[in-house]
Structure formats: C-alpha cells, structure tokens
Design a protein. Structure first.
Length: 310
C-alpha cells in the first residue's frame, strides 16, 4: 500500500486525481516476492515524485550518479521510466534480463583485481541485480587467483548497480588475461582474448560486452597498432559472427599525450564496435580522452568520465 499526503490548502490532490484519470497505472505496482530465486524480480526501494512543472507523478529511484548522467542529457525521470519499464517486462511479460559482461584487465598495482564486488551495499542490491564472476585461475608468470577490483566494481555499478543506468540487468565479471599462456608461448598471432570470448559467447543472455581498458605504455607500443591491425580485425570477425552482441570499448585516456599517441589504437580501431570517449560535467570532451585515428574510426559517443562522482 502506498500512502500519499497533500499539502494543506493546495490543489495537489486535484492534480494527482487528474493524473490518475489520464494514466493507467495497472502493472506498475505489485507485491514484493519473498522467494530469492534467480528469476524473481524484486521491487526496489523507491519513492514517488511529483513534478509541478510537468504535472507528473513518477516512481523515483536512488540516483547518486545523477549529475554524471545529466551531463549526457539523461534525466532522472528518463532513467526511472526505463527502470520501471524493464522491471515490468521481466515481471509481467516473461522477458529475459539482458546480460552485460564487464571485461577487465585488473588494476595497475595488482592485475588480479578484476572482478565485481556485489557485496558492497553502496553499489549493489543483490536482491535486484544479479552479479556472476568468473573465478578461473589466470596466467601471469604462473597461475594466479582472482580478486574483486575497485575499477571493475565501479564500472559494474554504473551499468546496473543501485545508482546505475538500469538495476534489472545481469552482470558478468570477466578477467581479460592479456598475458594468456598461449599468447605468450605460441609462435603465432594470438589476441589473448580467445578464451574470454569463448566463455562470453556461451552465456545465454549476454548481449553487451563492456571493455573499459586499453594499452598502458602508449609511447612505446608499435606504430602498426595505430592503423587497422590484427587486434581490430579479430574483433570485427568476432562481431560479424555474433551480430546480436554489442562490443563497447572506451576510447582510452591518452588525450594529453603527443599528437600521434593520443589516437585510437589496437582493439579500438575495430569498425563493428561502439567506441566511447569521455566528457566533463559540461558535456565537453575531456582533455584526457583519446581521439582520432589513422582510420576512419573515431569515438562514436561521449559519456561522463572526468572526475566521476561515485
């Protein structure tokens, strides 16, 4: 049951009654499920907001990232409507959740830290967002165990955390082992992504692969990587065979380097991907964001990446 209180000597109740006459709210509200099964769609904790400018009452969700989203023109109202729509599609139309793989290389000081920590309540509600990590050992001068990472957890929270774009997705934390044993010891061309891509393709609801990583020492990488190359060709071949799967790559953070090194390179030069550059709070391109290429490929869109407010 939802209780509403109206300001005394105001016409708020009249406006709300008009809203109820105009809109059919059937299906927007339902009892919270007690079972914690994977397929259960839990009702998130939300409030209702009345906007006197538009005369709308809408379900409002926790949104600590609102200032980041608004820099890209994604309003709190639009986000809330998208969340409600997705929730109702899952609950009433038996739609499947969209799975998003968060592919990470690990952190600079410790590349074992590459998985999503869904236990942190600030970032995730485990009753709503399903998070699954791949805990396989990885090769780095010997076999090593994986850990939760700060970067991977924050990236996952932006996509589908409590304050993220949409709470009702499945997240898959996957470590990209750039120093794959076969890549290091084989004498043939090997991207190091083969094992990860094979795993991702076997996830039955996976639709998006997020890649928020790049080459660290850009001043020393081969010049050939700044033109269409083996790595970008590999991604194009993968996407050609998996047309329902979208690969998203960050443009990189080399925008402040010399002219040559600020350009896109390696995987970011694939044509069948979405390359995302960074903008600031004013919607302008961040100075740190990589831009341009010797191909026709450039960042397709911008998203807030400067001093992101978590």
């Amino acid at each position: 049951m939802v209780s509403l209180f109206f300001k005394k000597n105001s016409n708020d109740q009249e406006k709300f009654d008009h809203f109820l006459e105009k809109y059919d709210l059937s299906g927007d509200f339902y009892m919270k499920e007690n079972n914690q099964a994977v397929e259960t769609v839990e009702q998130s904790s939300a409030q209702f907001n009345y906007d006197p400018k538009t005369n709308r009452v809408w379900e409002k969700f926790l949104n600590r990232y609102n200032s980041n989203f608004e820099s890209n023109g994604y309003t709190d109202y639009e986000r809330s409507q998208a969340i409600v729509y997705t929730r109702n599609q899952l609950k009433y139309n038996n739609e499947k959740r969209i799975g998003v793989a968060v592919l990470e290389v690990g952190e600079r000081e410790n590349d074992s830290k590459a998985l999503i920590d869904a236990i942190v309540p600030y970032y995730f509600d485990p009753k709503i967002t399903n998070v699954r990590n791949r805990w396989d050992l990885f090769w780095r001068d010997g076999f090593r165990s994986l850990q939760y990472g700060n970067h991977s957890t924050k990236v996952g929270s932006i996509i589908s955390g409590t304050n993220g774009v949409n709470l009702y997705h499945d997240l898959y934390g996957v470590k990209y082992n750039a120093f794959d044993f076969n890549a290091v010891h084989s004498g043939t061309a090997y991207s190091g992504l083969e094992n990860e891509i094979d795993y991702i393709k076997r996830l039955n609801n996976l639709k998006i692969v997020n890649n928020s990583w790049g080459v660290r020492n850009s001043n020393s990488i081969p010049e050939a990587w700044y033109s269409y190359n083996f790595y970008s060709r590999y991604i194009d071949l993968v996407t050609a065979n998996e047309r329902e799967m979208i690969y998203v790559f960050s443009a990189g953070n080399n925008g402040n380097l010399a002219q040559k090194f600020k350009k896109l390179s390696r995987y970011q030069l694939a044509y069948n991907t979405i390359v995302v550059g960074s903008n600031d709070y004013n919607g302008k391109k961040s100075s740190l964001s990589s831009i341009g290429s010797y191909n026709t490929n450039v960042p397709l869109i911008l998203a807030n990446g400067s001093n992101y407010s978590y």
